[in-house]
Design a protein around this ligand. Structure first.
Ligand code: PLP
Length: 410
């Protein structure tokens, strides 16, 4: 069968391949530290589980939901968004709405399909979430990358963003808290970004806030539109229950955006996937979003502990140049290029080849540590560490990782 060019161009997920190898090694009885997880391995809130159970008694939970989502849930999402972010649509004369989709990923592809015409440019900040470029390419848009690095703690330069924007720029994607860096941008950065965006009224801003509640060091994440509510007119917010409520498998996420766009997304969703999971939407209607922070409190403390393990282990291993302070989501980017191990791979001092795949393959084969290579995120010679593993195995894994990183070329 001949597969369409569009789908042929989609890359296979690097994470999935590595995960498969890690699982196979465990099945063979080898000790594997799987640090690739993109989800919290904890039981969701009891209140949500109970709500799901009680909604099982109703026929409506098994039938189609309205295409754009259960009306009561959409109101609740819009209310919670305004309250938690401290913005008010009515006061700012904003006609906003919400579409509930099958996860945040589905919400993002809906948005991109609804706003991108062939050749339109979309600015992304590297390291980026793996799916952004793939989705933009799928929509026949063009990715424009703004690079960041460990030296600036992965904070993108406003000047570089300015230089990347052209007449063809349709949107910029901002993901704070960030996957894969595990950081969120400061209030000052958001203010500068808001000022920049005012210069470019043709650019839409996709604010991927799927990790909003997951910060383990203050201050909490803030956004450009809090400084400058008029930017909301062209802001599209992505959120959902996958990360903040540890419910990746329930597949519910949403888009909050100006009504013009939510109507377009509703049309697209109506002809492609229909409304999202009715049972979960009903259960969420009875669920108090205000409880999320209480649920996340012990989880945040766990993530903080694991982030501290990285700090201490890197300090002991004299890897200060490879270290930065993470404070949100549940990831950390390790930079191989700042550690002795890179000399084992580089052919000479000027060799700038990306060896992240080779290094991660060796880490898995020799040390039983599975990480996601930086290649997947558009940042050479790095890898993503997931912080969710239990403290003891995490400590053991990081200690093995540090021993590997400090290896001198023999
Ligand atoms: N956005 C980012 C930055 C993510 O990391 C993810 C999931 O890994 C998503 C969106 C999509 O989340 P969902 O599982 O709800 O589709």
């Amino acid at each position: 069968m001949k597969i369409s060019k569009r789908v042929q161009a989609v890359s296979e997920s690097i994470t999935l391949k590595l995960n498969a190898k890690a699982v196979q090694m465990s099945e063979e009885g080898k000790k594997v530290f799987n640090l690739t997880a993109g989800q919290l391995p904890f039981r969701p809130m009891g209140e949500l589980i109970n709500s799901l159970r009680s909604e099982l008694d109703f026929l409506k939970s098994f039938q189609y939901s309205p295409v754009a989502g259960d009306a009561a849930l959409r109101t609740k999402i819009l209310d919670y968004f305004q309250k938690s972010r401290g913005v008010n649509f009515e006061e700012n004369n904003l006609d906003f709405n919400c579409v509930v989709s099958n996860g945040g990923k589905h919400a993002i592809i809906n948005v991109l399909q609804s706003i991108i015409d062939p050749g339109d440019e979309v600015v992304v900040i590297a390291p980026y979430w793996v799916s952004y470029p793939e989705m933009v390419n799928y929509c026949e848009g063009k990715i424009k990358v703004v690079q960041t690095s460990l030296f600036d703690a992965f904070v993108p330069s406003i000047e570089e963003i300015r230089e990347t924007i052209t007449d063809k720029t349709k949107a910029i994607i901002v993901n704070s808290p960030n996957n894969p860096t595990g950081t969120h941008y400061s209030k000052e950065w958001m203010t500068n970004f808001a000022t920049l965006m005012k210069e470019f009224p043709h650019v839409n801003i996709i604010s991927d806030e799927i990790y909003y509640e997951l910060f383990y060091y203050d201050p909490k994440p803030t956004y450009f539109y809090q400084e400058c509510p008029e930017l909301l007119n062209r802001t599209i917010i992505i959120d959902g229950i996958s990360k903040n409520l540890a419910c990746t498998g329930l597949r519910v996420g949403w888009t909050i955006a100006p009504k013009e766009l939510t109507v377009a997304i509703g049309k697209l969703q109506g002809q492609t996937t229909s409304g999202a999971n009715s049972l979960v939407q009903k259960a969420l209607c009875n669920f108090d979003f205000e409880n999320i922070s209480e649920y996340l409190s012990p989880i945040k403390s766990h993530l903080r502990d694991n982030a501290n393990i990285i700090r201490e282990s890197f300090r002991e291993g004299n890897l200060a140049k490879s270290w930065y302070q993470s404070h949100s989501a549940f990831y950390y980017m390790v930079d191989f290029s700042q550690a002795p191990i890179i000399d084992k791979f580089r052919k000479n001092k000027d060799d700038s080849t990306d060896y992240s795949m080779e290094i991660c393959a060796e880490l898995l084969d020799n040390e039983g540590i599975a990480l996601v290579p930086g290649k997947a995120f558009g940042l050479a010679n790095t890898a993503r560490i997931s912080l969710v593993l239990q403290k003891e195995p995490f400590e053991e894994a990081i200690s093995k990782l540090v021993n590997y990183l400090v290896q001198e070329k023999s």
